[in-house]
Design a protein around this ligand. Structure first.
Ligand SMILES: Nc1ncnc2c1ncn2[C@@H]1O[C@H](COP(=O)(O)OP(=O)(O)OP(=O)(O)O)[C@@H](O)[C@H]1O
Ligand SMILES: [Mg+2]
Length: 256
């Protein structure tokens, strides 16, 4: 567990590294000088008020959004801004959003096989075998031949996680993965994320699930107005927030 931006001795290259990253949308400065080093296996919870830049931060890490300046490396490799190399490196970073975005006209197992077939050029048999293993891991193997609309939201989100894992990513980014779910389905998705964390996946998780943040997080990044305002461990953050912005945020979110 690391509570600073420094890489712990002996752990080598950070899995995610952002150095002096700046991003604007027009006149709006949405990421202000972000410096962040995430060691392999760390689970980073990203918190902050609406509009503080959490989604944009995630999206820059796999270049869904270009940055104005600075450097972003994943496992020591800087992402190129475009081209074939970008497609390959982007596959190292899995991303799961609030909306599941499964292909409606493909079955569950076909959804999970698609990227390995197209991007990794895997053979169909191998891709199917791997897809079934991953569906089993997220508890959906028995639904493999159904279509997305036949599954609950929680099940669809677990498929979306399996689909990301099929590319064998080095990093998983989660942007409010449970926000669109009915309350009774939230835990089944958080359980899958918790087991991924225990298996050593490097994860960046934007979430409003404070119980999960405390339990599964190694580190909390609190953002406000595009800047990282606090960077500490979950216990310190929740029990002893230092900035007024964080105190205000926690006051609102914990009084629900
Ligand atoms: N494509 C875009 N074009 C212009 N402005 C954008 C774009 N995407 C985001 N923004 C703006 O950038 C700021 C940061 O947005 P972002 O979505 O990263 O915030 P967030 O912390 O994820 O918020 P939320 O908690 O509501 O999801 C906001 O002011 C938003 O309106
Ligand atoms: Mg967001």
């Amino acid at each position: 567990m690391s509570t600073t931006d420094e890489t712990p001795a002996g752990s080598g290259t950070p899995m995610i590294e952002m150095v002096d990253v700046q991003k604007h949308f027009g006149a709006l400065h949405v990421l202000k000088d972000i410096n962040l080093a995430v060691p392999a296996g760390q689970v980073v919870i990203v918190l902050g008020p609406s509009g503080s830049g959490k989604s944009t931060l995630c999206r820059t890490i796999n270049r869904l959004e270009p940055i104005d300046s600075g450097t972003i490396r994943v496992d020591g490799i800087e992402l190129p801004s475009e081209g074939r190399k970008l497609a390959e490196l982007r596959a190292d970073v899995g991303m799961v959003f609030q909306s599941f975005n499964l292909f409606a006209h493909k079955t569950i197992v076909e959804n999970v096989m698609l990227a390995p077939l197209k991007v990794r050029k895997q053979k169909s048999d191998a891709a199917k075998k791997r897809a079934m293993e991953l569906l089993d891991r997220v508890g959906i193997a028995s639904q493999a031949d159904k279509y997305p609309a036949q599954l609950s939201g929680g099940q669809q989100q677990r498929v979306a996680i399996a689909r990301s894992l099929a590319m064998a990513p080095k990093v998983m980014l989660f942007d409010e993965p449970t926000s669109a779910l009915d309350p009774e389905m939230v835990n089944e998705v958080l359980d899958v994320m918790t087991s991924l964390a225990k298996e050593g996946m490097t994860m960046l998780v934007v979430t409003h699930e404070m119980g999960f943040a405390r339990r599964a997080g190694d580190r909390v990044i609190f953002m406000a107005d595009g800047a990282v305002v606090e960077d500490t461990d979950p216990t310190s953050f929740f029990d002893n927030p230092r900035s007024d912005r964080a105190k205000d945020f926690l006051g609102k979110i914990l009084s629900h």
